[in-house]
Design a protein around this ligand. Structure first.
Ligand SMILES: [Zn+2]
Length: 259
C-alpha cells in the first residue's frame, strides 16, 4: 500500500515511507535480541505490542527518511553501541574521537519525527513553529543550531539497587516512547525524555541555563570526547511509571504478546 502526502521534511508531495521516530534499526536490534519478543513501552491505551511495528506512520518521503538514517542514525547508533570504542570508569563511560554534531542531529531528528507524529505514543510531544523551521534548516545543513537552543544530555542507565534485578543487558532492551517533562522549579522549561539502547536521553527543548551546559553528559558539537555518567534506573520516574503502567496492561490481558 502506498501513501501519497506532503513530506514533513522536504515538503514535497511524494510517496511517504513509514517513519519511525525511534528508528527501525533500534527496533530491529531489540527484536532480534529478544528473539521476537521485543516489547516497547508507551502510555497510549493500545494493547502492548511487539516493538517491530511500534509507532510508525508515513511522514517522510523515501529520500528524506534515507537521508536522516544514513547521515545521523547509522553513525550515532554505532557510537552508542560501542562500535567506535569507549572507556569505562567508575562514574560512567567515555566515548573518544566522536563527531558529537551527528549525535545532536540524530537525537533532534528523533524529537522532530516524534513531535510531528500523530501516533498516540507521541501525543505529549510538541514542536513550536520556529523550532520546526530551524530544525529543518539544521538537518539540511542550511542553518546552524544557535548555542542557546536545544541541549541534549545523555546518561547511561544502570540498576543501582541492592537487588540488581536488571542486568545492563536487560536494561538495553527497554525502550520508552518519548515523554515530556516540565520543570516545576524553572517554569517553562520543557524536556523531552526517552530511553533506548541503555541510555536515558534528555532533550532540553527550551535550552539549558549556561551554567548547566557544562554538566556531565551534555553533548557539545565541537568536542571529540563525551563522558556519559551512570544514572540509576529507579531514579527515572517517567520510565518507571511506563514500566508499571505496561505491566498493568499486561496483567489485564491488554496485549498481543504470546506467553
Ligand atoms: Zn522529503
Amino acid at each position: 500500500m502506498t501513501t501519497l502526502g506532503k513530506c514533513k521534511l522536504c515538503e514535497q508531495q511524494k510517496e511517504l515511507q513509514k517513519s519511525h521516530a525511534i528508528g527501525n534499526a533500534v527496533f530491529k536490534k531489540l527484536f532480534k535480541t529478544m528473539s521476537g519478543k521485543g516489547i516497547s513501552l508507551s502510555n497510549d491505551d493500545k494493547p502492548i505490542q511487539y516493538s517491530s511495528d511500534s509507532w510508525a506512520e508515513p511522514q517522510l518521503c523515501k529520500e528524506c527518511e534515507h537521508f536522516l538514517n544514513i547521515e545521523f542514525e547509522r553513525y550515532s547508533l554505532s557510537v552508542l553501541r560501542g562500535q567506535k570504542g569507549f572507556i569505562k570508569s567508575s562514574g560512567g563511560i567515555s566515548f573518544i574521537n566522536i563527531d558529537q554534531s551527528k549525535l545532536i542531529k540524530y537525537f533532534l531528528s528523533v524529537y522532530y519525527r516524534a513531535a510531528l507524529s500523530s501516533q498516540k505514543a507521541y501525543s505529549g510531544i510538541r514542536i513550536i513553529k520556529s523550532h520546526h523551521k530551524l530544525l529543518k534548516e539544521v538537518f539540511n545543513d542550511e542553518g546552524k543550531l544557535p548555542s542557546c537552543e536545544f541541549h541534549i544530555q545523555l546518561s547511561r542507565v544502570t540498576d543501582m539497587s541492592d537487588e540488581k534485578g536488571f542486568s545492563d543487558e536487560a536494561i538495553k532492551e527497554i525502550i520508552s516512547a518519548p515523554f515530556c517533562r516540565v520543570d516545576t522549579v524553572r517554569k517553562g522549561s520543557i524536556t523531552v525524555c526517552f530511553m533506548f539502547e541503555g541510555f536515558f536521553v534528555e532533550i532540553f527543548v527550551t535550552g539549558m541555563r549556561i551554567k548547566d551546559r557544562h554538566s556531565p553528559g551534555v553533548l557539545k558539537r565541537n568536542k571529540p570526547i563525551l563522558f556519559v555518567p551512570y544514572i540509576d534506573l529507579f531514579s527515572l520516574d517517567g520510565v518507571i511509571d511506563l514500566m508499571v503502567e505496561n505491566l498493568d496492561k499486561y496483567e489485564q490481558g491488554n496485549h498481543f504478546i504470546k506467553d
